[in-house]
Design a protein around this ligand. Structure first.
Ligand code: GLP
Length: 250
């Protein structure tokens, strides 16, 4: 692994995505061991499939319990039924919640069935604040530099809100839908301001499709055009990358 700092942000480059996943899981285990009632921020997407697989397979031998842990996911499509095979509720239940000892009552995602998206966004934001705030937030990276579903142009002080998905995100994510034509065009997402309040942040990116977004986030201007670039202002954020995702910076 190679490590360097850029603009107060730590960057770790692993030979392959397995190394990246194991090291990210080690950070999660360490967090859960040192504070058993940690508040975790969780992400979805294909990058996190092997991560949750690894966490579920190893947490108990690592002496970790999630019994007192609370989780908040970054985002959910809107509108979508929680029971839809394509919802992030289903993704999280299938890949993590049903496979570890988390208390289901302590797991939270924005409600894609809420009758009023604006009301739900305010309620979700309040729930995060009332929990005491997120200790460790995991993030993926969109091909266009988005974090959560904060598409290019989102304000750095944004809170949880309804957002319109960009064409690039619709193209990338519809491939994962059972019926790609039925992918919702909107989502509820924590805002960039919400994400930046997490006490520490771990962004994972693997594969060459992320190389351009990684380079733009780390080497370009800090700008709303590349939402992940704001992480350079956080102070306790790390980008964990595999070699392919780091191709544009190393
Ligand atoms: C989605 C999610 C993001 C995720 C990103 C990357 O749009 N809302 O939270 O980080 O995609 O996903 P993937 O890992 O599938 O490339």
């Amino acid at each position: 692994m190679r490590r360097y700092s850029a603009d107060g942000l730590e960057v770790e480059i692993y030979d392959d995505s397995n190394g990246m996943i194991e090291a990210a899981a080690a950070r999660l285990f360490e967090q859960a061991r040192s504070k058993t009632d940690s508040i975790l921020g969780l992400a979805t997407g294909s990058t996190f499939l092997p991560f949750y697989g690894y966490v579920a397979a190893h947490y108990s031998v690592e002496g970790v319990s999630f019994r007192k842990v609370t989780t908040f996911n970054l985002d959910e499509y809107y509108p979508i039924k929680a029971t839809s095979p394509d919802s992030y509720h289903t993704y999280m239940n299938r890949n993590l919640f049903s496979r570890v000892d988390l208390n289901p009552a302590n797991t939270h995602l924005p409600d894609g069935e809420a009758p009023d998206a604006a009301v739900e966004a305010v309620a979700y934001e309040r729930l995060i604040q009332e929990s005491g705030g997120i200790d460790l937030q995991f993030l993926g990276l969109g091909r266009n530099g988005h974090i959560g579903f904060n598409e290019p142009g989102t304000a750095p002080d944004s809170r949880t809100h309804q957002t319109a998905l960009s064409e690039s995100t619709i193209a990338a994510n519809s491939a994962l839908f059972v019926d790609p034509g039925k992918m919702p065009r909107h989502a509820l997402t924590m805002g960039i301001g919400t994400i930046m309040e997490a006490r520490s942040l771990v962004l994972l990116a693997s594969g060459k499709s992320k190389a351009e977004a990684v380079a733009a986030s780390l080497k370009g201007e800090v700008s709303a055009q590349v939402p992940a670039s704001f992480l350079r202002r956080h102070g306790r954020a790390v980008f964990m990358l595999d070699r392919e995702a780091a191709a544009g910076i190393a």
